[in-house]
Write a protein that binds this ligand. Structure first.
Ligand code: AMP
Ligand code: MG
Length: 395
């Protein structure tokens, strides 16, 4: 058995970043940049007023009150070809270009208007409320870097940089194969001894949330021929993920059957609970992860291994877990990494604590529904004290 970190390093090592493609920024949230992005326009492109008021020469408002003649009105989006001379002002609005000759904005609240004249009652220092050209960034400035995952605020920034398109790494197609005689898809006809497949849909939802494209390959019954046929559907995906059938029972066919059909196993069994029977390899040249079928095991393995694999294929860093302290002591004897569902609870100072919620075997779904994620307790100590700080993954 290998450790969690060794397993992760080994399954990530052969993965290649997918080729780049060009997309519209409106489709960019969650995508990973394949290029450094340089601004195509200086922002602001010209010196502009930051307030509604009057554009003046600072020297004219050194002594107040000062009476100035209004020679122009400049709304945002317009310009003024002339020059503001001594004793003159322009009525100006937020975002409008500062006219030549003026160097300062006096806000409307500090003036009294009288027809074609304005009386400035409160002076302003030179440059007040002027946004100089390039205050934010200049054309050519690189503000977004290859490998960054686009967030909504990055989309706004790319738009301000006048970049309607972006080069991003292609989203990995992730084939999802469930394997079990006893499961049927939600809503389908179901026998008395069957259960509803939750894993395939949970996996697909997580894959989508992480930027991958789930490809449902269906549910293969525990039968060698059927399994081979269903697995063959994985032709063309970038990563194949199966759930169920990788353990040691006679009906756990994934390793045995697919090994005779193009599966090369790199490793199987990891020193962790739950999820120990996880298998990693390549099926007909496609990277494959075989996840155990228990819904909690499936999701722990998904978050700890599949999501990092998707991040790798998309050319970005995997997200680091949060660090959190245990709200209660935990005892765990086996020399395995222990993944333990927790709820996050806040103390009187607002600090988060991870409160252990051990699954009770049949309560797997309650444990998924009622918890916020899981902590990772490294092997070694048999007792983890209250306050023990460790990695916490949300689900
Ligand atoms: P296995 O890994 O095949 O030994 O399955 C372990 C447990 O997970 C069994 O109780 C299965 O019924 C359950 N299981 C397997 N596949 C699924 C699935 N797609 N959705 C929900 N539970 C499943
Ligand atoms: Mg099974």
């Amino acid at each position: 058995m290998i450790s969690v970190e060794e397993a992760l390093a080994r399954l990530l090592a052969p993965l290649q970043v997918l080729p780049a493609e060009q997309i519209s920024i409106s489709d960019a949230v969650g995508r990973v940049l394949a290029e450094d992005v340089a601004a195509r326009r200086t922002q602001p492109p010209f010196a502009a007023s930051a307030m509604d008021g009057y554009a003046v020469r600072a020297a004219d408002v050194e002594k107040v009150p000062a009476n100035l003649k209004i020679v122009a009105e400049i709304p945002a989006g317009a310009g003024f070809g002339g020059i503001i001379g001594k004793g003159e002002a322009a009525r100006i609005f937020t975002g409008a270009p500062l006219p030549e000759g003026a160097d300062t904005i006096v806000i409307q609240e500090d003036t009294e208007r009288d027809g074609d004249a304005v009386r400035v009652v409160e002076g302003a220092k030179k440059g007040t409320y002027v946004r100089r050209a390039g205050l934010d960034f200049a054309e050519g400035d690189v503000l977004l870097h290859a490998g960054a995952r686009m967030t909504p605020r990055h989309v706004g920034l790319a738009a301000a940089m006048n970049r309607p398109w972006l080069f991003v790494y292609r989203r990995p197609a992730v084939g999802i194969l469930s394997t079990a005689d006893e499961v049927v898809m939600p809503g389908d006809p179901i026998g008395p001894h069957q259960i509803v497949s939750s894993n395939a849909l949970a996996l697909a939802a997580f894959v989508t949330a992480c930027g991958g494209v789930p490809v449902g390959l269906g549910n293969a019954p525990d039968d060698a021929d059927a399994l081979r046929r269903f697995a063959a559907g994985a032709r063309g995906v970038d990563l194949l993920v199966s759930t169920g059938g990788v353990s040691v029972g006679e009906h756990d066919l994934v390793r045995g059957v697919l090994s005779e059909d193009g599966l090369e196993i790199d490793f199987w069994e990891i020193a962790m609970r739950p999820g120990k029977p996880l298998m990693s390899g390549s099926y007909r040249g496609t990277p494959m992860l075989g996840l155990p079928g228990n819904p909690v095991s499936t999701l722990v393995c998904l978050i700890r291994y599949v999501i990092p694999a998707i991040a790798e294929a998309m050319g970005t860093q995997r997200m680091l877990p949060e660090r959190m302290a245990l709200a209660a002591p935990v005892t765990f004897q086996p020399p395995l990494t222990y993944f333990l569902p927790v709820t996050i609870e806040h103390d009187d100072w607002g600090r988060p604590w991870a409160n252990p919620r051990p699954p009770n075997g049949s309560g797997d779904f309650l444990s998924l529904a009622g918890t916020d994620g899981f902590v990772e307790l490294p092997p070694g100590p048999n007792t983890y004290a209250k306050g023990f700080v460790t990695s916490m993954y949300r689900w």
